[in-house]
Every structure is written in C-alpha cells, then in structure tokens.
Design a protein around this ligand. Sequence first.
Ligand code: LIP
Length: 271
Amino acid sequence: MALRSALINVMVGAAQKAARGLTRDFGEVENLQVSKKGPADFVSTADLKAERIIKAELAKARPGFGFLMEESGVEEGTDRSHRWIVDPLDGTTNFLHGIPHFCISIALERDGDVIAGVILNPITDELYWTEKGRGAYLNERRLRVSGRTALSEALFATGIPFRGKERHKPFLLELATIMREVAGIRRMGSAALDLAYVAAGRYEGYWECPIQAWDIAAGILMVREAGGYVTDDQGGEEMFNRQAVVAANDQLQRPLLDLVRRPTLKATSAD
Ligand code: LIP
C-alpha cells in the first residue's frame, strides 16, 4: 500500500476540506441552472470560499510558505523557498453548467521546482497525488502513463481558447494538423484532470496554450512521476513563463510536440 508522507497528508486534508463545500455548492448549482439569472455569481463565491479554506489549512500546517492562487494572486511568504500553487476550482465552466468534471489542484514548489502535487475530483472521489522521486498515485494505485506508441492509436486532450482569450486561429491550425494524425481529441474542460488522466494512461497526451501555472503545476509532476514527458511548446522547461504545456507518454511526447510546432497546414483535396 502506498504510504503518504506528512506533506501529502497536509495537501490532501486541505483539498478534502474544500471539496466538502464544493460538493454542496455543486448540488445547489444544479438547482440554479434552471433559473434565468443562472448560477454565475454563486459559482464565483463557491470558488473563493474553497480558496479561503485551502489557504487557511495550508498556512496552519506550514506557516510562512508563500502562495500563488488563481483568485487572490501572489502572496510572498517569510519562507522564500516554498510556495503553494493552488487552483481551488479547475473546470469552472463545467461546474457552472452542472457538469461533474472539475477538481481542486494544489502543488508545492521548492526553490522554483514543483516537489508535490494533489488533484482531487470531489464528485468521483478520485484523488491523484505525487511527490518528486516517489511516483504518482490514484488513491492507492501507482500510476503509469499509457504504453501506446502509434499516433494513429493515440487519444489526446486539449483546451480550446474561449472568448476573451487569444490564439483562436493558431489553435484551429494546430487542431487541424493534429486531428488528422491521431485516433481522437477530447476537450473536457479541466487542465489539471487532463494531466492526471495522462498520468493514469487514459489519454496518451495533452497540450494547451495559453494555460496558467495553477492549472498545470500539480499535473506536470504527476505525468513525470508516472513516466511521461512534459515540455513547453518549444520543447523547453518554461511551461509557466510561456503559459504552454505539451505532455504525453514517453513515446509520443516528441511526435506531439512536433505536431504542435508545425507552423502551417497546407490545404489538400482531402480537406
Ligand atoms: C480552465 C482549465 C480549462 C482550460 C482553461 C481554463 P479554470 O481553468 O482547466 O481546461 O482550457 O484554459 O484555464 O478557469 O476552470 O480554473
């Protein structure tokens, strides 16, 4: 049985405490769906509430660590080498529409290096956790990326830039290039769960740009600890700075990266 460290227990405890509130609020969202105004304000309140709970729990267990949080931004700690990176609700649009595919993502960075991650889907109770050098787990099960080696058999996930984001046209080119080569593409709406699914061998890979550090910090370590590879869109290590991630199993990361980097697509009669 996989033994969780004290650090992972702190992170799991914070995620589970926030998950109880999110699960209650999700039930309420399902009711509000039918109202004219819709549940948008209610969801931002749920998001903020979850963030406050996580922050309080983490600060209590490790006073002095800094924070990078989706809702409240950067908070410097007295301890300059440790920083929590938190998305209290990844998959907000799904949550808002009553779709049970969202999660809490918590990562811990030490001197700029992510050393632990927890991703929890409160609805399915799937708890993904990882620590650098110790592997990645789904509940008690050790994770390993998928063994598929052919692009033509591969299932990839991505994120589609939505209104207000840039890169609509380049994304359509990427999609047109990649969808010809692979078995299928999914857009499920939670980057953290997309990465967790790559670690679990459900998807062969996942790419997205632009994407924020709090969406991907825990998931990147999860994929690497499950034997996969992760780079930015240029093949480097600047995923947070470039706001870009290309993750896949050990055999398919390079081919996926090459497809992402392919600049243009020539129209053919097969279009
Ligand atoms: C969202 C993601 C989603 C991605 C969006 C967005 P949020 O995070 O996880 O899959 O495509 O870029 O960032 O806003 O729900 O925390």
